[in-house]
Write a protein that binds this ligand. Structure first.
Ligand code: ATP
Ligand code: BTN
Length: 288
């Protein structure tokens, strides 16, 4: 009989390491709790209680009441996954049209960090999921917050790191450990993710109004940086809409307004907004 595989170690997060990256990238404060309901909720509450520094971050070792898109739940077991929420408050005021972009920006940052750090071929399942090997590794949730200083955004990412199969809630979910990723070091993964968020934010700010040195190609470069990682492009997909109908088409590109551009069988183009999609699935039955 072969011995049971050794369980993946689950050490505590090294907050010093994460803080160092945040300091180097000019980010805000970091709060780490042992357990909480939802890191998004915590950051929203903080932002309403007093001014927060732009790019402040909330994380927890154990999130017990995480939430996902459209009111779905999100499971983040103790030390085996990451729940990271980031506060975005552009100096020049936040244009709410930027909300889907911030969500896609964070998902893309996670894709880039996973590709570099774990060696997994991660991709973006538009609008807000990060997948690898046909499994969902990470989900992203952006929330608009009305703070006393004006509108701001909290974007939370939940990353499955070292869960075993039985610890994942649905068959379409995967973890870095299950997929054989090179590292399950949550501190490294978190630092890598925040570093990529800081990189991509420059391109976002050029378009959506934070003082900076926008280059003329920045609007395009953000869209291209995101589109490059979208796994649906070139595949036939079914967009399940809130009214129960399904729009089927080949995913062609990411539109200027953040919409998925689908071409139906009659050749007609449809711009589908994230807010209008209940589920996006490949028409061939594969998850991603
Ligand atoms: N740790 C987790 N990993 C993956 N899925 C999770 C996890 N915790 C909860 N879930 C839930 O499992 C379900 C998985 O749905 P799935 O992501 O496959 O649907 P989806 O339509 O692709 O999601 P989305 O609306 O985010 O695109 C969702 O309800 C999701 O919130
Ligand atoms: O796939 C989804 O529907 C999005 C899941 C988002 C989960 C993250 S975990 C950190 C943050 N806190 C929450 O309550 N939700 C997000």
């Amino acid at each position: 009989m072969s011995p049971e595989p050794a369980p993946v170690p689950r050490p505590p997060l090294d907050a010093t390491r994460v803080r160092e990256v945040m300091k180097n990238r000019g980010m805000g404060d970091l709060w780490v709790s042992q357990a909480t309901g939802s890191t998004n909720d915590d950051l929203v509450a903080r932002s309403k209680a007093g001014p927060l520094a732009h790019l402040s971050v909330e994380t927890t070792e154990h999130q017990v009441a995480g939430h996902g898109r459209l009111g779905r739940g999100w499971e983040t077991p103790d030390r085996s996954s990451l729940a990271i929420s980031i506060y975005f408050r552009p100096d020049a005021g936040f244009d709410p049209a930027g909300l889907p972009w911030l969500s896609m920006l964070c998902a893309t940052a996670m894709v880039q960090a996973l590709n570099e750090r774990t060696g997994l071929a991660a991709g973006l399942k538009w609008p807000n999921d990060v997948v690898a090997g046909g499994f969902k590794l990470c989900g992203v949730l952006a929330q608009l917050v009305l703070t006393p200083e004006g509108p701001a955004v909290v974007v939370g990412a939940g990353l499955n790191v070292s869960q075993e199969r039985a610890e994942l809630p649905v068959p379409t979910a995967g973890s870095i450990a299950l997929l054989g990723g090179r590292t399950t070091d949550r501190s490294e993964l978190m630092a890598g993710y925040l570093d990529k968020v800081a990189d991509l934010y420059g391109a976002f700010a050029a378009v959506h109004g934070r003082a900076g040195e926008p280059g003329p190609g920045d609007a395009l470069s953000l869209r291209q940086a995101i589109a490059r990682h979208m796994v649906s492009i070139g595949h036939q997909v079914d967009a399940h809409l809130p009214d129960g109908t399904v729009l089927r088409g080949t995913a062609e590109d990411l539109g200027a307004e953040g919409a998925l551009i689908l071409r139906d069988s009659a050749g007609k183009l449809h711009h589908v907004l994230a807010a209008d999609v209940f589920h996006l699935r490949r028409s061939d039955g594969n998850y991603a």
